[in-house]
Design a protein around this ligand. Sequence first.
Ligand code: TYD
Length: 213
Amino acid sequence: MTDSKNTPKGRFIVFEGLDGSGKSTQIDLLCSRLKKDGRNVVKTAEPTSLITGGIIRDALAGNYPRTPEELSALFLADRIAHNVNPKNGIIKLLSEGTDVVCDRYYYSSFAYQGMDCDLDWVIAMNKNCPSVTKPDVCFFIDVPAHVCRERVDKRGGFKEIFEREENTLDRIRDKYSEVFGKLDGEYIVRISAEGSPQQIAESIYNSLPSVSR
Ligand code: TYD
């Protein structure tokens, strides 16, 4: 039998950044490094692959347009499901000592939905929700919008609603700055994406909070 008091809590590590910022590469590098350290690690993302995530993807693809308020509420519902899922939810994984590395979280709602609806309302409903775990750290991969745009264009294929307009990425980057200036009690590390992917990975690893009990 395991004594939950003696099980070190896993770390909840979030990555944020514009579409095309190179988050995925850094997430994979960090997960490999933590596994090499002998940690149990689960990589996850929002929107999720749960039913709520499917509804959101339909909206992001433009198949079923939603108002900014509807989108904010859908992202929150998806985030709650992501936390409380009894099989592999964030809350369960952390309590078992697993490190959870998540591609986007509530900071994305603040930056993306906060552009088109009341930012304070979006912040309040996420931060006041008891089922929404606060991250131990958020790494913001900060890359100029024009670089992200070139990558998104080069990637080709289908573009989601936030990837279509020329100046949207600039607006989202500005919104992230505004949001990070507003949030209290959050550990946010801005990572300037200068240097090789390995150098960036090193500075991310060195900024990790230690394992807590
Ligand atoms: P996706 O293609 O899944 O991931 P990424 O662009 O990070 O590779 O796109 C997710 C989109 O959803 C992205 O444009 C940001 C947006 N989003 C929000 O608008 N609000 C949110 O709360 C989250 C989690 C994502």
